[in-house]
Design a protein around this ligand. Structure first.
Ligand code: 5RP
Length: 220
């Protein structure tokens, strides 16, 4: 199977976690695009979707799936999203698509986070994939200096502006053995909007597509 076929297998497996009559939280990326396409086939059974990016909103709308405002919602049973890396504790690096802040917000509201990945995303420890950090533009150079002091090598994602009007620093060279602590430390840097470590709010269930099928791992 190709990597894209594996992404699709994981995405379609997530459909069974969608509860009838509820609003569904929807992440961002090529794996989630398969989930959105699958969601279209059961759109009459759901009450709509909350989206984590303009790109996902456009795809949902193109399928005729009603978009809901997160501020109007208190009950979001399930959030489905991909990851760039995921470890044994179901902590993740996310934000390869630059949507980390809105993804983190929607995930915070959701009761369960279902992560959908192909097998290449399962790593130990996190950090081979550069960690995205969303920054307020005027703070970029200051945040870069702080990231160097932590042992990382930040690289500005050129030609890219987030849906929130900010910039992304991709931090190379981190070996992340304590994701909870690093997530908290990065959040303390003034000018950081959010970082791509999802440890405090990690995944509850990982649907990992391998060549022999989709494995289900539950957060302990
Ligand atoms: C976007 C994300 C994505 O979930 C992550 O980059 C994985 O993307 P893909 O499914 O295309 O491999 O965090 O901000």
């Amino acid at each position: 199977m190709t990597q894209d076929e594996l992404k699709k297998a994981a995405a379609l497996a997530a459909l069974e976690y969608v509860e009838d009559g509820t609003i569904v939280g929807v992440g961002t990326g090529s794996t989630v695009n398969h989930f959105i396409d699958g969601l279209a086939s059961i759109k009459d059974r759901i009450a709509g979707a909350v989206s984590s990016s303009e790109a996902s909103s456009q795809r949902l709308a193109a399928h005729g799936i009603a978009l809901r405002d997160l501020n109007d919602i208190t009950d979001l049973p399930v959030y489905v999203d991909g990851a760039d890396e995921i470890d044994a504790g179901l902590s993740m690096i996310k934000g390869g698509g630059g949507a980390l802040t809105r993804e983190k917000i929607v995930a915070a509201v959701a009761t369960r986070f279902i992560c959908i990945c192909d097998a290449t995303k399962r790593v130990e420890p996190l950090g081979r994939f550069p960690l995205p950090v969303e920054v307020i533009p005027m703070a970029r150079a200051y945040v870069e200096r702080r990231l160097y002091a932590l042992g990382g090598k930040p690289v500005l994602r050129t030609g890219f502006v987030t849906d929130n009007g900010n910039q992304i620093l991709d931090v190379h060279g981190l070996r992340i053995t304590a994701p909870h602590a690093l997530e908290s430390e990065l959040n303390q840097i003034v000018g950081v909007v959010s970082n791509g470590l999802f440890a405090h709010r990690g995944a509850d269930i990982l649907l990992l597509a391998t060549s022999t099928g989709v494995e289900r791992l539950v957060r302990r």
